[in-house]
Each structure stands twice: as structure tokens, then as C-alpha cells.
Design a protein around this ligand. Structure first.
Ligand code: NAD
Length: 178
């Protein structure tokens, strides 16, 4: 194995937005390679988790191409949730390229990796009021400008998978389930 310093960032990316892209670039300033974990990979077609792991992989891949980031510097790995928080960090270790630094702003993620002995860093948040997956989904449902929050390539993926239509259908369905 080589001596590359690798960091990992795990996010649901529902959908990928400009905050994720900025934090990925920031991490790449600090490490040789980044492992980008697509969290809750098993979930899709829900209001909070509308997109499949595969669709999210395409969003990340195309956005990083758009940013001209060298593809040899990242790995994009779908990560399913498991029911056991206490062994989740070990599970992530098992399923990913070796990494030594964990980047996360999520308190549970930070705690689980710290307890496992990893170095954990809290990356800066960029415009968290607007740059969040829930804000992108809210704007889509309210016919507001969600496009400004995501990469141009993500707008293209959303058209390809008819993402806006899917989210709106899910909102009708989940309200009717109440
Ligand atoms: P997320 O997409 O909300 O955020 C991921 C990361 O992106 C954040 O930690 C933050 O560092 C960065 N980020 C987000 N918005 C940003 C912004 N505006 N500016 C800069 N950086 C920004 O994802 P999340 O909810 O933290 O993902 C954690 C994943 O880990 C989930 O899928 C969760 O289910 C999974 N998990 C699973 C288990 C288990 O299976 N037992 C346990 C813990 C966590």
C-alpha cells in the first residue's frame, strides 16, 4: 500500500449541492486523496431521500469533472446504513479505501469515529442557511430557485432522472399517507 494521506467525507448528498463541492475542494487542499461516501445508500424515493445511490454517484462524478478535479484523487463509494451505531465506524473502515482523517460536521459521525480512534476534523460550513439538501428540496417543492444551489451538471442530472417531478410526486404521496 502507498503512503498517501486519505480523508473521508460521508454525506447523504440528497442532492449534492455547492456546499458539498466546496468542502470536497477544501479537503483536497489538505490530503492526497478523498473518499467520498454516499451515505444512506439504500434509501431513495422518499421526501428526505429522493435520489438513489447510483444517481448521487453520477451527481458527484459529473460535478467533480465540471470542477476539473483530477479523477485519480477521489473514490466515490455508496455506503449503506447499518443498525448498529457502535460498529458503524468499523464497518465504514472495512468497506472503503484506507483513510486516516474523517471530515464531518455531523455530531454522531464525529463521535463514532473519535471513539474508534480516528482523527476527526470539522470542516468549515459554507452558507449553511442556503447550502443544505433540505433547502434544495424545499425550493424544488416550492418552485423557487434551487438551481443556484447546485452545480450546472447536477441540474443536468436532475433533468435526466426527472428529479423535480419525482420529488413533487413523493410529496403528494407522503401527504396522502398521513
Ligand atoms: P450531509 O449531506 O448532511 O452532510 C455531509 C457533510 O457535508 C457534513 O458533515 C459537512 O461536513 C458537509 N456539508 C454539508 N453542507 C455543507 C455546507 N453548506 N458547507 C460545507 N460543508 C457542508 O450528510 P450527513 O447526514 O452528515 O451524512 C451522514 C451519513 O452517515 C448518513 O447517511 C447517515 O445515515 C450515516 N450514518 C450511518 C450510521 C449507521 O449506519 N449506523 C451512523 C451514523 C451515520
Amino acid at each position: 500500500m502507498d503512503n498517501k494521506v486519505r480523508g473521508i467525507l460521508i454525506g447523504r448528498m440528497q442532492p449534492l449541492h455547492k456546499g458539498h463541492i466546496q468542502v470536497i475542494k477544501k479537503i483536497l487542499d489538505e490530503v492526497d486523496e478523498i473518499v467520498i461516501g454516499i451515505g444512506s445508500a439504500q434509501l431513495s424515493h422518499e421526501l428526505k431521500n429522493p435520489f438513489t445511490a447510483g444517481e448521487r454517484v453520477v451527481m458527484v462524478t459529473q460535478a467533480l469533472v465540471e470542477e476539473n478535479i483530477d479523477p485519480s484523487r477521489y473514490y466515490i463509494i455508496p455506503m449503506e446504513d447499518i443498525n448498529y451505531n457502535a460498529i458503524w465506524a468499523a464497518h465504514v473502515k472495512l468497506m472503503n479505501p484506507p483513510f486516516s482523517i474523517v471530515y464531518s460536521g455531523n455530531p454522531l459521525v464525529k463521535q463514532l469515529f473519535e471513539e474508534e480512534g480516528y482523527e476527526v476534523k470539522n470542516p468549515p460550513l459554507f452558507d449553511r442557511v442556503n447550502l443544505s439538501g433540505s433547502e434544495v428540496r424545499r425550493r424544488i417543492l416550492n418552485n423557487e430557485n434551487w438551481q443556484e444551489l447546485v452545480a450546472d451538471s447536477t441540474i443536468g442530472v436532475m433533468e435526466e432522472i426527472r428529479g423535480v417531478e419525482r420529488l413533487k410526486n413523493l410529496s403528494v404521496k407522503e401527504i396522502s399517507d398521513l
